[in-house]
Ligand binder design. Structure first.
Ligand SMILES: [Zn+2]
Length: 444
């Protein structure tokens, strides 16, 4: 059933607007001090029919344009772990260490079932969609008894969510696994499912250990099967940049044609700037993209004997951008042994990332990691720029400026193909609070 045309007045980042072939295209002015422009969108048949600069309809709006809601295109999650999401309660990691997380993760994976992963994944994707995500890449613990049930569940969810939320799947195993017969068989199955190959490359790097050979084997395997690669690399506060250096060395030895993503790259930030730039330029030259993951890095890295250490490295996003690397931001772990929080909410991730990475949302570079760069990294058809003829998909916020968005958590409405979604559970009235009744007469 087609919808009648409707109009919507919102404030949009000018950097994410393309007036396209509209007759008023030349009239679409620059953004204000926060890079925002008040526009009227005409929506018809699930698509944007026109974008026009807003003519104030009232004197109040003329003097106070910020009364309109801030809107964004739906956002993207380039790095998640749906298979273990929401497992924190049963498998907590109270000391927040990597070793503790790995130990709890291993115990959890041993009891994973198809039904459990289906339940976790469905809950995660439903929340993600209602929060305003349109695509998500998940890594899946593979190479053990959890492999079969996890892939079975997530492949079913990929089908179930097709057309609403694009789900990409990456096999996560120890690097050495890809050289085994089981690893070869897994690569064939992943390739048949259109997935990606992944692995972990990080400290301890010891002399004589064959990281380079293992990595070279994985690169060739991915290339042979035509699978993209997404590596957890240098997620550490020591031996800075060793994994990236190794990757570039192996790519120089034998280049591959498949797209490569490096997730984390945290310890890169600990190198002197000149070395960071050299490695970043090498990544750009080889078309290697980076996913920056501030939440889990802030939670796990730099802990020192029960104290908060002075260094909690996060990949140097702005430097990577300056050197021409396609860099996106992801949420990583959600309520699992690696991080107890998170909720697949891209707005909360944006609110954390702006201060954590000192990003300016009023500039194109500040928004790219959540929108256009993330879309390019995921190889999606829509770049995330709003234009006539594009999808009538919007994330409309209960805030009118970046300052207001940073000031407090916000409500939102999500529009997909011209229709409003029901809000996620977290945005509905909380029954735990409603049951408390009215304010007591003697309060305050
Ligand atoms: Zn991860």
């Amino acid at each position: 059933m087609s919808l009648p045309a409707q109009t919507l007045a919102v404030r949009l980042p000018r950097a994410l607007l393309d007036p396209g072939g509209h007759p008023n295209a030349a009239l679409l002015p620059a953004g204000d001090a926060e890079g925002l422009l008040s526009v009227t969108l005409t929506l018809a048949d699930g698509r944007i029919a026109a974008i026009e600069p807003r003519q104030p309809s009232s004197s109040a709006e003329a003097t106070c344009p910020e009364a309109l809601p801030l809107a964004l295109p739906p956002l993207l999650e380039p790095h998640a772990h749906l298979d273990k999401a929401f497992s924190w309660t049963d498998f907590p990691n109270r000391d927040g260490s990597m070793a503790g997380a790995l130990e709890a993760n291993t115990r959890e994976a041993a009891v994973r079932s198809t039904a459990l992963v289906l339940e976790r994944g469905e809950r995660a994707l439903d929340q993600a969609w209602r929060y305003g995500l349109r695509a998500l890449r998940s890594h899946i613990d593979s190479g053990g008894p959890q492999e079969q049930p996890s892939w079975e569940a997530l492949l079913e969810l990929q089908q179930r969510w097709d057309g609403r939320l694009a789900l990409q799947l990456t096999a996560l195993v120890p690097l050495a696994h890809w050289a085994t017969a089981e690893g070869e068989a897994l690569a064939r199955r992943v390739a048949a499912a259109g997935g990606l190959l992944g692995g972990v490359l990080g400290p301890p790097f010891s002399e004589g250990y064959s990281h380079g050979d293992q990595l070279q084997h994985l690169l060739q395997l991915a290339d042979r099967h035509g699978c993209g690669l997404d590596l957890h690399i240098d997620e550490s506060d020591r031996q800075p940049g060793r994994g990236l250096r190794l990757l570039l060395r192996e790519l120089k030895r034998s280049p591959v044609a498949v797209p490569i993503t490096c997730s984390h790259c945290s310890s890169l930030a600990l190198l002197p700037e000149e070395q960071q730039r050299r490695l970043a330029a090498g990544l750009a030259e080889r078309n290697v993209a980076v996913v920056v993951l501030p939440t889990t890095n802030l939670w796990m890295l730099g802990r020192r004997h029960g104290l908060t250490g002075p260094l909690r490295p996060i990949a140097p996003l702005k430097l990577l951008q300056q050197e021409g690397v396609c860099a996106a931001i992801g949420g990583d772990n959600v309520q699992d042994p690696w991080y107890p929080g998170g909720d697949f909410d891209p707005v909360e991730l944006l609110r954390l990332s702006l201060p954590a990475l000192q990003l300016p949302p009023w500039l194109r570079q500040g928004l790219m990691p959540f929108t256009t760069a993330a879309s390019r990294l995921l190889g999606l058809d829509w770049d995330g720029v709003l234009r006539p003829g594009g999808p009538a998909d919007l994330l409309v916020l209960g805030a009118s400026s970046w300052s207001e968005l940073l000031a407090r958590p916000t409500q939102r409405r999500v529009l997909r193909a011209g229709r409003w979604l029901e809000p996620p559970h977290s945005q509905r009235p909380d029954p735990r609070l409603a049951s408390l009744g009215e304010t007591p007469p003697n309060a305050g």
